[in-house]
Design a protein around this ligand. Structure first.
Ligand code: C5P
Length: 237
């Protein structure tokens, strides 16, 4: 019998018959600003499930292991059970969002080199930006683990930036999460979708990601369908 292990803002996690495998169900809910803005958007779960599956498969082809096993329905995928490291790893190629707000760098300005930032996964604290010393103090990860996370994040950035570039899209920034499997191996986990990336059309700079929802820029599903179509996925329009 399947039992719900966890419900987050965008996904539910269920047990399966295999103790090492869980089922992730993508929800149709959209949230922003640490849950202060909320909506139900029909189709969003299906889109993020398929986009994440395609991107994890692409990364696998390029030698990046993740928790992803397979997509099993429109809104569900099976993944390897991992213990999530309580850090959000953000990579930025172009200034936007909180980087622009925090440091006063104009949105859209190309950064001289990709930046990696760590945020603590803690809803009650609003996922604060943390330094290496903060992470060590909190014992959220070790120095060695942080080095692995940073290197993997930069490697994933190289692969995804060039992949999206071929599709006419600029990968502005994105957030990753990592987990440890039962052998202690660090695997890419969670999702990679327009909910967790900033993706701009290369020609027009049109935003094709969750900023459409955050900033009320139009139809989120149309933007996500555009990304899915470019990735060669199924289209429902
Ligand atoms: O908001 P900020 O500019 O810090 O976001 C950087 C990147 O990380 C964006 O692509 C955003 O979608 C993603 N992000 C996320 N989940 C969070 C915070 C940021 O997916 N909790």
């Amino acid at each position: 019998m399947s039992e719900m292990l966890y419900e987050g803002k965008a996904k539910k996690i269920f047990t399966t018959d295999d103790e090492q495998v869980v089922l992730v169900q993508y929800k149709d809910s959209a949230t922003a600003f640490n849950g202060q803005k909320k909506a139900t958007i029909t189709g969003k779960g299906r889109l993020n499930n398929e986009i994440t599956s395609l991107l994890f498969l692409k990364l696998k082809e390029q030698g990046i292991d993740s928790h992803f096993i397979k997509r099993v329905s429109e809104t569900e995928q099976l993944v390897k059970k991992v213990t999530i490291i309580p850090l959000e790893v953000v990579v930025r190629n172009v200034a936007a969002g909180t980087l622009s707000n925090r440091l006063g760098i104009e949105e859209g300005k190309e950064l001289s080199t990709p930046l990696v930032e760590f945020y603590l996964k803690d809803d009650a604290l609003g996922d604060p930006l943390v330094t290496v010393d903060h992470i060590l103090e909190l014992k959220a990860a070790t120095v060695k683990e942080l080095e692995i996370l940073k290197n993997k994040a930069l490697e994933i950035n190289t692969i995804l930036s060039s992949f999206f570039n071929e599709l006419g899209i600029r990968l502005i920034d994105f957030k990753l999460e990592f987990g440890k499997d039962n052998e202690g191996q660090i695997l890419l986990a969670d999702e990679i979708s327009p909910d967790t990336c900033r993706l701009w059309d290369k020609e027009t700079n049109e935003k094709l990601d969750k900023d459409v929802f955050r900033r009320d820029l139009g139809s989120l599903t149309e933007a996500y369908e555009t990304i899915l179509a470019k990735l060669g996925g199924h289209q429902h329009v």
